[in-house]
Design a protein around this ligand. Structure first.
Ligand code: 7RM
Length: 659
């Protein structure tokens, strides 16, 4: 199945003429340089940052041992690179952060000079409360300026931030705080999204009650609602910042290139979420280099990434990448559908956004409402569109291109992961002819390859498919799993020795274009968020009525993937609508609303192999409504169970729970 050439969308000539990389030939040249002389290439890229001391060795990486070090001997500070150096260079009056509140009447403009002052004061507050270099600080905030400011304040003093998305539950927050051994938590009274309040402080209190490592909780008053405070533990951020002893100056801590910058938790196929560890030099080189190249960053751009800073996309493409490049980055507190489904385009017009980066799930949700809400807004300021988080359906790509971008803006479909730190596969908007649904070609310095299940490289010029691996290290690759280096090796380097395994499947077409087909492990992608089936299963069985659960994904019109749970209840329990709700609530309570199953089926048993492994393949078929083509079931321990499960799912017979 090769892609017809009518599906090739070349970069518009007007765009290419002004682009940083303006032709495919120039891209090919850059790429060739990067793979023939990676050290020279990355050393040149690293020059984009300010180093207080230059590195002595560009790279020392070995995928057979999972030892990865970039720019050793070099010293730099990420906050200095994102803030101070721009002020020093005379750009203090430029807007650094454009904040748009949930309420359309509520916004804030923060210049680089103002950002420097606020970050330095915040850093001084952290120091006053005993935070020092290497300490972990957990940040559980809504999308308000203090989120970016606290991230940068940590980086300034060398504290390691661990941002937890504001949609996670108390238990998820507790697990992350405990795993990182965080000393201080930064939160808010409440968050506001779509006109509704999120009780962050209440959730944080519940979490911190089981976190002895936390000595201090700093609370931002976002709504001013009364919340309980714990004497000797809690302090109001605004009072702390206003304290006369807190000064405007705070030196940037010189950090080794390989000193940790942050931990960010992400789901895998087994066990609890992993603390992905990123270090200072390589990460910032990667975030900055890719932001400039993929988003063709130009002075004067107003750049908007709609992600939450609680995910890696927000770390790399709201905070670190754009600020390192002295962009004006827009931070949006709200949701795409409030006060109405035209909100994104209202914000685009209001702030004259030129580069817009969002997720397919948001586009699918908006596309449902037709073209009118888009066409009613000008969108003339837009020049480039981006997509991230999951494969974008070709028809959604075309709608994004034709309706949102008026057929004038290139689209960059960016493939990457929390672990990769920065974009690895994406078009360069002025150079790469795009194909709807393909992330196109690897960025300079990136060497993807396909490997079959036996570990042999899948090679050739035609259309190929396999497990997506990367052959050699790039600067922003994660360095370890926090507290568990063995898990780092086992997860990414064990299955295909000498290669980094992404967990994704992919296809490469005859033009060398990459098509990501989705996860090949037990990780779901729900609205662009990674959720491990094992986590959801553990959450379900915390409910006392549930004996066992198996979770699979199914195609979902808006979310991309929906969650379907098959649950065995304990003897004598009635499987009614109330219990179904209770199962969903259990997952909300344990993980957060994003992981709540869309469907719950109570079943008398689960299809298992003789070694006790759940055959998810069969459940996946059932979840998508297929009951007659379940494939080979002869390896099941008890093939008869399938008939009973089918009956339970289709409701053809009563399903008394087994003991
Ligand atoms: C940035 C981010 C990573 C997983 C990854 C893929 C999927 C991300 C794309 C994509 C197809 C894309 N980090 N994914 N981007 N699949 N096309 N452009 O999403 O760690 O949260 O998720 O997301 O499966 O492995 S993440």
């Amino acid at each position: 199945m090769s892609t017809p050439s009518r599906d090739l969308v070349p970069p518009p000539a007007a765009f290419a003429a002004r682009a940083r990389v303006g032709s495919l030939e120039r891209y090919r040249q850059l790429y060739a340089e990067s793979v023939t002389n990676p050290e020279g290439f990355w050393a040149r890229q690293a020059e984009r940052l300010h180093w207080s001391q230059k590195w002595t060795r560009v790279v020392d990486a070995d995928f057979t041992t999972a030892r990865i070090r970039w720019f050793e001997g070099g010293k730099l500070n990420a906050c200095f690179n994102c803030v101070d150096r721009h002020v020093d260079a005379g750009h203090g009056n430029q807007i650094a952060i454009l904040w748009e509140g949930d309420d359309p009447g509520h916004d804030e403009r923060i210049t680089y000079r103002e950002l420097q002052r606020r970050v330095a004061r915040f850093a001084n507050v952290l120091k006053k409360h005993g935070v020092a270099k290497g300490d972990r600080v957990c940040i559980y905030l809504p999308m308000i300026p203090e989120l970016a400011i606290s991230v940068l304040a940590c980086a300034r003093i060398g504290a390691i931030h661990s941002v937890v998305f504001g949609g996670f539950s108390a238990h998820s927050l507790r697990d992350r705080i405990q795993d990182a051994g965080a000393k201080l938590l930064i939160t808010a009274d409440e968050g506001v999204r779509g006109g509704k309040a999120v009780p962050l402080k209440r959730i944080a209190d519940e979490a911190v009650a089981e976190c002895p490592s936390i000595t201090r909780v700093l609370v931002k008053q976002r709504t001013g609602k009364w919340v309980p405070t714990v004497d000797g533990r809690d302090a109001w951020i605004d009072e702390e910042l206003a304290h006369p002893a807190i000064g405007d100056d705070c030196p940037c801590e010189p950090m080794d290139a390989e000193d940790p910058l942050f931990i960010l938790y992400t789901s895998g196929s087994t066990g609890k979420p992993k603390g992905v560890l990123h270090t200072t030099g390589g990460y910032l080189v990667g975030a900055s280099f890719t932001h400039e190249l993929v988003f063709d960053h130009q002075p004067g751009d107003v750049y908007w990434c709609t992600a939450d800073v609680g995910w890696v996309t927000g770390h790399s493409y709201i905070v670190y990448g754009p600020l390192a490049n002295r962009a004006t980055t827009l931070m949006f507190e709200g949701v795409p559908t409030f006060p109405d489904v035209g909100r994104f385009w209202d914000v685009v017009d209001k702030h004259q956004v030129s580069v817009f980066y969002t997720a397919p799930t948001a586009l699918r949700a908006l596309m449902q409402h037709g073209d009118a809400p888009v066409l009613q807004r000008s969108r003339k300021s837009l020049r480039l569109l981006g997509s991230v988080g999951e494969p974008i359906n070709p028809e959604v790509w075309r709608w994004y291109h034709r309706v949102v971008g008026d057929s004038r803006c290139p689209i960059v479909d960016t493939w990457w992961q929390t672990e990769t730190g920065a974009i690895l596969i994406a078009p360069l908007p002025g150079a790469t002819p795009q194909k709807p649904g393909s992330a196109t070609l690897p960025l300079p310095g990136v060497r993807p390859l396909l490997v079959d299940d036996e570990g042999r490289e899948v090679k050739g010029d035609g259309e190929l498919s396999g497990n997506l691996c990367i052959a050699a290290a790039w600067p922003s690759i994660m360095r370890s799993v926090w507290g568990d280096p063995q898990r780092f090796f086992d997860t990414y380097f064990k299955r295909f020795p000498g290669r980094y395994f992404t967990g994704d499947g992919a296809r490469r077409d005859a033009d060398g274009y990459w098509w990501i087909t989705g996860r090949v492990d037990d990780v779901l992608n729900v609205s662009g968020h990674r959720i491990g089936t094992a986590e959801v299963e553990s959450a379900i069985v915390t409910h006392p009525a549930c004996a066992e659960a198996a979770v699979v994904g199914f195609p979902h019109e808006i979310k991309g993937e929906g969650i379907c749970a098959f649950v065995i209840v304990k003897a004598g329990i009635a499987t009614d609508a109330a219990l179904e709700q209770a199962v969903k609530d259990a997952v909300r309570r344990e993980i957060g609303a994003i992981a709540a199953p869309d469907r719950v089926h109570f079943v008398p048993g689960l299809p298992k192999t003789r070694s006790g492994k759940i055959m998810r393949r069969i459940l996946r078929q059932l979840a998508r409504g297929v009951t007659d083509d379940l494939g080979d079931t002869t390896t099941l321990a008890d093939p008869a169970i399938v008939t009973q499960v089918v009956a339970a799912v289709t409701g053809r017979t009563a399903h008394p729970p087994t003991a």
